[in-house]
Design a binder for this molecule. Structure first.
Ligand code: HEC
Length: 316
């Protein structure tokens, strides 16, 4: 019979199309709002702060209006030694992250524990607050939730910052802005895939890792290593410092651009950075006229380079 193959083909096509329409229309779909935040999701949301793209409080993407993440090993209100915890410090006026403003997005269980035991509803943006991630139990399962330590432990943002000191303070939220602004995602992904990627870049993320993050910076076209867990493979601040100042210092054939301008005018000691002299010395090193490359200046505490390094090292 003429056109027999076409008839068979047309029927199979109809079957496939019809089948996929049935699945789309009638299979229960995943309701993203119901997905409970994981501990990773809570920590990311709390350290990144509100929206990490263009926003009213930071229209020029300079990392303003972001919380600080500190490692505490003593209780700032009683002075007693405690198990080290990460505290997420929102100074007076710092915009709260979405999950504090809209606890519903934390998902069932996490939301209830955060509101009832964590008392996040009592946090006040105008006077600031300190949050920590706590463990609780919900329907017999262990669940991480957000605790408003300002209400539960009487920790004020200022007391926590001064108890931690600069050495234990990280500007992770401001660093995420640098990552977005500098377009690191043109080359790097933050999304290991469910393939051999596992062996090199670590586990792929879970849906609940993103409940409070905006924007996500998955990247699309990978030209360089995935960075979702880079802080676990390489936790050296020194290496990051050299690599961002000029990647060729540590990877001679790297195509990654240098980000030395994120250092600003002065180094950590307050001395002016002489970029012209640095490059002359570096060129002398590359041409073999010098044995060692010039020293990379230590980034100042409020420099964009420090923000970026704090963010990258937080990717565990
Ligand atoms: C033009 C593409 C490109 C851009 C843009 C880029 N990188 Fe890279 N990056 C690379 C390449 C290629 C490598 C691997 C070689 C090397 O280490 O330099 C790399 C390596 C890295 C590493 C080490 C990865 C590992 O597995 O140890 C880090 C961390 C990193 N980049 C961070 C960044 C950050 C942060 C930005 C944005 C400020 C950025 N990169 C922008 C191409 C890029």
């Amino acid at each position: 019979m003429a056109f027999r193959e076409y008839k068979i083909g047309a029927r199979l096509f109809g079957l496939a199309l019809g089948g996929s329409m049935m699945i789309t229309l009638y299979m229960p779909s995943l309701n993203i709002v119901e997905v409970a935040s994981t501990e990773t999701g809570l920590r990311k949301g709390l350290s990144y702060g509100r929206v990490g793209g263009f926003s009213v409080e930071d229209p020029f993407l300079q990392g303003e209006g972001k919380p600080k993440t500190v490692m505490l090993s003593q209780d700032p209100s009683t002075g007693q030694a405690i198990e080290p915890v990460y505290a997420y410090v929102y100074e007076a006026g710092t915009p709260f992250t979405s999950s504090i403003r809209h606890p519903r997005i934390l998902g069932a269980g996490v939301k209830d524990l955060s509101l009832e035991q964590g008392r996040i509803g009592e946090a006040n943006q105008a006077s600031g607050a300190v949050f920590v991630v706590a463990e609780g139990s919900w329907n017999g399962e262990s669940v991480s939730y957000i605790e408003n330590a300002t209400a539960t432990r009487n920790w004020s943002p200022d007391a926590v910052l001064s108890a931690a000191g600069d050495a234990n303070t990280r500007y992770i939220g401001s660093g995420k802005i640098m990552f977005v602004r500098e377009g690191c995602w043109w080359c790097h992904t933050l999304l290991p895939e469910e393939t051999q990627d596992w062996q090199v870049f670590g586990v792929p993320p879970r849906l609940g890792d993103y409940n409070s993050e905006s924007p996500t910076a998955f990247g699309s076209d990978r030209k360089a290593p995935d960075l979702l867990h880079v802080g676990s493979r390489n936790s050296s601040r020194e290496w990051m410092m050299m690599h961002f100042f000029n990647p060729r210092l540590v990877q001679p054939h790297s195509i990654m651009p240098r980000y030395d301008y994120l250092w600003g005018d002065n180094d950590a000691a307050g001395n002016r950075i002489d970029f012209v002299q640095w490059r002359n010395e570096y060129n002398a090193y590359v041409s073999g006229a010098r044995v060692y490359p010039p020293e990379v200046p230590e980034p100042a505490a409020d420099s964009e380079a420090r923000y970026l390094i704090d963010f990258v090292l937080s990717l565990k």
